[in-house]
Design a binder for this molecule. Sequence first.
Ligand code: ZN
Length: 282
Amino acid sequence: MEPRFLIDAHVHLNNYHEATRRPTVENVAELFGQMDLCGIDHAVVISSYKIDLDRPSVEELLKLLSNNPRITLVEGLRWRGDSRTDLYSLETRIREHAVKGIKLYPGYDHYAINDPSLETVFRIAAKYDVPVMIHTGDTYSRTAKVRQAHPLLVDDIAVDYPDVKFVMCHLGNPWFQDAAEVLYKNENVFADISGLVLGEFTYEFERYVAMRLKEMIAYMGNPGKQLMYGSDWPLVTMKPYLKLLTELKFDADQLENVAWRTAATLFRIDVDKLPPRVAPQP
Ligand SMILES: [Zn+2]
């Protein structure tokens, strides 16, 4: 069963190892190479909460990727420290449709999902109807505070900002059941299934993740409405991760929703403008 399109709603263009550090333009080329290899029609590229040698700024990404029909750009919020996001510039990029969403990095950036200071950010998201993506659950960093990224906190903001659409990234891993409750309860909350492993799954861990996701789906009722496919490439190897979609045994309509339709609606991706797919290589 092949969905009509495939959208990867969660990729990055950062370097994650000093040893393999390379210019962003080479990471972009690798991204398109991987997308062709896997039959991915469109990817949502998310910028970081930091700008440094390994993490390109949204301005740099815009230079390389704007107007590409295969790419949606989501801007990472820098909210602590001395180089915070200038909300006036962020709003301008959103108004001009250069950026189509905002990503929060609670825990990493030492604030909680329901921090009151975020109100100004949520007002911008509501005004232009762009989704707010939120890192939820495990942080791959010992200096991050994981409690601040707990998925249950998404319920607070979902209730306080009913006009904003929120995306819980990584399904709140490992608090899947809490994430399922927040999704089931709130119509303005969505989730991507990205980043549930680093690199490639071992057989045991893939079974474990698939089992927990199936439990969530059973609890939520209609998962197709709110779940989106995403990988978290390059932290995750794109090709083997795609197998999760088949493991979860969605019915035909749910699969279309999870594979592309929900993401296309949320990020306003015009699937009719997508170039024809390069035949995936074996
Ligand atoms: Zn990510």
